[in-house]
Design a protein around this ligand. Structure first.
Ligand SMILES: [Zn+2]
Length: 66
């Protein structure tokens, strides 16, 4: 009758150990400082994009993000 106790111990141990620190580090690294958006439809595009791939509008606006 020792097997059920062993399994529950394993699950609760691994869940709280390594989930927190890895998520925070990755999100900070991948967050851009400036967001580029189509002025017409609001689609987020790449920094080099000069024409919206969705609606073909040619005005891209830059929004600084802190
Ligand atoms: Zn657009």
């Amino acid at each position: 009758m020792a097997l059920p106790n062993l399994l529950t111990g394993l699950f609760s141990g691994t869940e709280s150990a390594s989930a927190d620190s890895t998520q925070d580090g990755a999100s900070v690294d991948s967050t851009p400082s400036v967001v580029h958006e189509c002025r017409n439809c609001g689609l987020t595009v790449d920094a080099r994009t000069t024409r919206c791939p969705s609606c073909s509008h040619d005005q891209i606006v830059d929004y600084p993000v802190d």
